[in-house]
Design a protein around this ligand. Structure first.
Ligand SMILES: [Fe+2]
Ligand SMILES: [Fe+2]
Length: 262
C-alpha cells in the first residue's frame, strides 16, 4: 500500500524514522521561530502595529518546535541534527527567498518592502505547512501519541496562513500590489522546487531506515516528481492568490500555551 496514511503510519511506528521525522520538523519550526523573533524586533516604525503579530507568529513556531522535541523525548530520544539536504528553511534562503539570515542578524530596522518579502515568503510556506498538517489531521487527529500535537499545530498553521492573507491584502491596498504579486510568484516557484528536493531527500533516508524495496522507493520518487510536475504546471497558482480570510485578526493576542508539551 502506498497511501499517505500507510506511509505516515510506517514512519510513526518505527523509532528511527519517527526520530528523523520529528527532528526535521522540530528544526524547521525552531528556525521559523528565530526568524520571526528577529523580524518582530526589526519592524519599521510605520508598520509597528505588526510587531506583536510577528512576535506571536514566532512564539507559535517556537512552541511547535518544542512540541516535536517533546514527542521525541517521550520515546526516549533527543533530536538528531537536521541533515542539510532536508533543511527546507536553509534551502529556501539559498534560493534567495525570504529575508536572509545575515540581514536578520543585523540591528538596522527593516524596510516596508522587507516586510512584504517576509509576508510573501510566509504566505507560501504557511500554505505548505497548513496543507501538510491538514493531511496529518485527516489521518491522525485521534492518534494516541501525536493526535493532540497534530490538532494544535494544524490549527495554528491555518491561523498563520489567514494572517498572511490579511496583512498582504492590507499592504496591497497601501500600494504594494505589484511588488507583492512579483514576490509571491518568485517564492512559490522556488518553494515547489525546494519542497520536491526536500521530499526526495527525506524519502531516501526513510527508505534506508525502513528497508524499502527498490520498487517502493522508485514509486515514491515518481510520485514526488509527479506532484512537482503538477505544481509547476498549475498548482503553484494556489500559493499566490489573496483572499479575505474567514478568521479575522487570527494572530491578535498571545500564543495559546501548550503546558503538556513544553
Ligand atoms: Fe509551525
Ligand atoms: Fe506556521
Amino acid at each position: 500500500m502506498l497511501s499517505a496514511r500507510s506511509l505516515f503510519r510506517e514512519i510513526l511506528d518505527h523509532d528511527e524514522s519517527f526520530r528523523l521525522f520529528c527532528s526535521v520538523a522540530a528544526g524547521g519550526e525552531a528556525q521559523g521561530g528565530w526568524e520571526n523573533g528577529r523580524i518582530a524586533a526589526l519592524v519599521p516604525t510605520a508598520q509597528r502595529a505588526l510587531a506583536p503579530k510577528i512576535a506571536r507568529h514566532g512564539a507559535d513556531e517556537d512552541k511547535h518546535g518544542r512540541i516535536f522535541t517533546a514527542l521525541l523525548r517521550r520515546r526516549g530520544f533527543t533530536p538528531l541534527p537536521v541533515p542539510p539536504e532536508t533543511d527546507y528553511t536553509v534551502l529556501l534562503e539559498r534560493r534567495g527567498i525570504g529575508l536572509a539570515h545575515a540581514r536578520l542578524r543585523q540591528d538596522t530596522p527593516l524596510t516596508e518592502r522587507d516586510i512584504v518579502v517576509y509576508l510573501a515568503h510566509s504566505r507560501v510556506t504557511e500554505q505548505r505547512a497548513a496543507e501538510q498538517m491538514a493531511l496529518l489531521l485527516k489521518h491522525f487527529a485521534g492518534h494516541p501519541e501525536i493526535g493532540r500535537a497534530v490538532r494544535m499545530i494544524a490549527h495554528d498553521e491555518d491561523n498563520h496562513l489567514a494572517y498572511t492573507h490579511e496583512e498582504l491584502l492590507r499592504l496591497a491596498a497601501a500600494g504594494h500590489g505589484r511588488f507583492i504579486q512579483r514576490t509571491l510568484r518568485a517564492c512559490a516557484l522556488a518553494e515547489i522546487r525546494v519542497h520536491r528536493d526536500v521530499s526526495l531527500a527525506v524519502m531516501a533516508r526513510m527508505g534506508r531506515l525502513l528497508g524499502w524495496s527498490r520498487i517502493r522507493s522508485a514509486l515514491l520518487t515518481a510520485g514526488i516528481h509527479a506532484v512537482y510536475g503538477y505544481e509547476r504546471l498549475a498548482g503553484w497558482r494556489r500559493m499566490v492568490t489573496l483572499g479575505t480570510p474567514a478568521r479575522r485578526d487570527p494572530l491578535g493576542g498571545p500564543a495559546a500555551p501548550a503546558p503538556e508539551f513544553a
